[in-house]
Every structure is written in structure tokens, then in C-alpha cells.
Design a protein. Structure first.
Lengths: 193, 156
């Protein structure tokens, strides 16, 4: 499965106001990016208050660094780059709490029979759990590729590494996930369609 | 060939499975007023000063340790050179002694007076070069470490 190339949302926030750390503009920036930042932290297995703390820490780092933002890269890339540096540190601090929390709203399984829906929900939870147990950069790459559908080039820019490294990270992560899921009986020969 | 095709289709099935499972994960709810929380956090600790200082201190310690090792290595090499000079230049002046004590020196010179002076000098120069190379590589490693650590502190 190729990562789907989607046009990235271009940032239209005024650069000067951002550098001045205008609270209104900063609040807009946070609103625009909070879902993805939280998703990146969630993929690392952070949950509850730890998840919120990690997101707050990311945006605090963004706020601190705004006067130094030179606009050499897209604001989106810059924010996620800070997130990809900050979140693994937060994860290391909350290592004991890493795990998967069953979200309030489970995956959409309305069209499935109750038993199949339950099975699917459990299977998905195990996949998320396996992702959370990957190395931080592998989990980030998986999240960006499979959930966000970002191209390898964009992921490489965010993770500050060559595209080949991202491909290697994804390959290694897939291998680990496959082994782990096969061991748990979540994925096997019967699933190969 | 069939095996490869089967592996490939298996990989694609797994990719699809992974994609479906990961994409189905609901987005977490954002905390209310995340921007204000972040601004308050940034104001409480304008720069992660403690972390920055501890990183700088660690880099400094590493550099000092490497510098110490490099200095010790150079001193050892120079001491060895001096000892050789002393034993070959000052102690025994014969060219045969020189050849016997240093297996690296296989050049047999007919001109004893020339070898007494030039061979130890060549050795010493070689050792100094070796020491310089060690120093350079150790220094380079220290600089690389400092650079990598320092880059962690700056968000471009």
C-alpha cells in the first residue's frame, strides 16, 4: 500500500504575528494542529493526562521557538518536527503509563454484527497497542504514513532524515508489527486476502 | 517466482489490514484551551533552562574527558619516543642495536652516523603524526557530539 499523497494544508497564518507570539494567532495555530499532535502522542501510547501534558509541552516548545521561526520550512512541517522531538521525550518520562486506552468512541463498527464488531474492536485495539510498543520514531512514521497518509518525503522532512531512512523505519516497523500480531493470533494466514 | 508473488500479495494484505486498523482509531479529544495551557507552561519556564544547562554540562564533561584521554595518549607516545631516543641516541649508538631492538626498523643502513640521527627522528615524527591523528579523531568525535546535542536545543 502506497502512502496516499495528499496536498498538505498550507499555512496562512501571518509570519510576523507568529514571531511576535500574538496569542490569537497562536491559538489559531494550536487549533489547526492539535488533532495531529495529539494523534502523534497517542500513537506513542500516551493516554489521559499524559497525552494532554505531551501536547501542551509540544505547543509550549512551539511558543518558545516562534520568534526564531525563519520560515525556511512550512509551518506545519516545523510544528510536527518539534512534536516529533518532544513527544518521545514525554513518552520516556511516562514510560510506565504507556499503553492503549480504549477511546470513548470505538472504531465505527455499526454495520457489523455485535460479535464481529467486538472482535474487530479488539483486533484494532491490539494493533494500536503493538504500534505503541514500537520504537518512538517507528511509531511516528507509522502514524504519519498509515493514519495521515503523508508521503515519505514529508515524513522525512518532519523526522529530519533521508527518505531512505523513513522507508527503512516503515519496513522495520511493519516487520515488527506483523511478527507481534501473528504471535498474538490477531493476524494470520486467514487474514491474507 | 510463485513464492515471491505470494509473499508480495501477503505483504499487500497485511498493509491493507494495518491501514484499516490504524485509520479506524478515533481522534483523541483535545483538552480545552490547549493554547492557553501551552502559553502558561512556556511562561513558567521561558526556556527549558535547566535541561539546556544540564546538557551543556554533560557535553562539557564529555569533552574534558576526551581531552584528558587524548592528552594522556600524546604524553605516552611522546614519552615512548623520548625513551627510544634516549636508549638509541644516548645509550647505545650502534646501528646493530637499533635494528635488534626495534623490529619495525628493517632498514639496514651502511651509514651508521646517519641512521643514529635520522631513524629516531623519523620514528618520533611518525609518532607525533599518529598522536595528531588520534587527537583529531577524538576532537572530531567530541565536536560531533557537541553539535548533535546542541542541535537538540534549537528548533529551526
Amino acid at each position: 500500500l502506497e502512502c496516499v499523497i495528499e496536498p498538505t494544508e498550507q499555512d496562512e497564518l501571518p509570519l510576523e504575528s507568529l514571531r511576535r507570539r500574538d496569542p490569537e494567532v497562536f491559538a489559531t495555530l494550536v487549533r489547526k494542529h492539535q488533532a495531529i499532535v495529539l494523534g502523534l502522542a497517542q500513537a506513542q501510547g500516551l493516554r489521559g493526562a499524559d497525552l494532554d501534558d505531551a501536547a501542551a509541552e509540544v505547543f509550549a516548545n512551539v511558543f518558545r521557538a516562534l520568534p526564531r521561526f525563519e520560515g525556511r520550512s512550512a509551518l506545519t512541517t516545523w510544528v510536527y518536527r518539534i512534536a516529533s522531538r518532544t513527544i518521545p521525550k514525554a513518552r520516556a518520562r511516562h514510560r510506565h503509563a504507556v499503553g492503549v486506552q480504549m477511546p470513548d468512541g470505538l472504531a465505527d463498527t455499526r454495520e457489523l454484527t455485535p460479535s464481529v464488531a467486538l472482535e474487530t474492536a479488539d483486533r484494532n485495539r491490539r494493533v494500536w497497542d503493538a504500534v505503541a510498543r514500537l520504537e518512538p520514531r517507528e511509531a511516528l512514521a507509522i502514524e504519519m504514513c498509515y493514519r495521515r497518509g503523508w508521503p515519505v518525503a514529508q515524513i522525512a522532512e518532519i523526522l529530519e532524515c533521508p527518505e531512505g531512512t523513513v522507508k527503512t523505519l516503515l519496513f522495520r516497523a511493519r516487520q515488527k508489527l506483523r511478527r507481534s500480531l501473528e504471535r498474538q493470533g490477531v493476524y494470520g494466514a486467514g487474514d491474507e486476502r | 517466482m510463485e513464492q515471491a508473488m505470494s509473499d508480495n500479495s501477503g505483504d499487500q494484505a497485511f498493509e491493507q489490514f494495518l491501514h484499516d486498523a490504524i485509520a479506524s482509531r478515533p481522534e483523541p479529544a483535545a483538552p480545552a484551551d490547549l493554547a492557553r495551557i501551552a502559553m502558561r507552561l512556556a511562561a513558567a519556564d521561558p526556556e527549558p533552562a535547566r535541561e539546556t544547562l544540564s546538557q551543556i554540562a554533560r557535553i562539557d564533561r564529555q569533552n574534558r574527558l576526551m581531552g584528558f584521554f587524548a592528552a594522556a595518549m600524546i604524553a605516552a607516545v611522546l614519552l615512548l619516543g623520548c625513551l627510544r631516543l634516549w636508549s638509541h641516541g644516548g645509550g647505545s649508538n650502534s646501528a646493530t642495536d637499533w635494528a635488534a631492538t626495534d623490529s619495525l626498523q628493517s632498514i639496514s643502513s651502511t651509514d651508521a652516523s646517519e641512521s643514529e640521527f635520522s631513524k629516531p627522528m623519523v620514528l618520533l615524527t611518525g609518532e607525533a603524526l599518529l598522536a595528531a591523528l588520534i587527537l583529531l579523531s577524538v576532537g572530531g568525535a567530541a565536536i560531533n557530539r557537541s553539535g548533535a546535542s546542541a542541535s537538540d536545543l534549537v528548533f529551526h
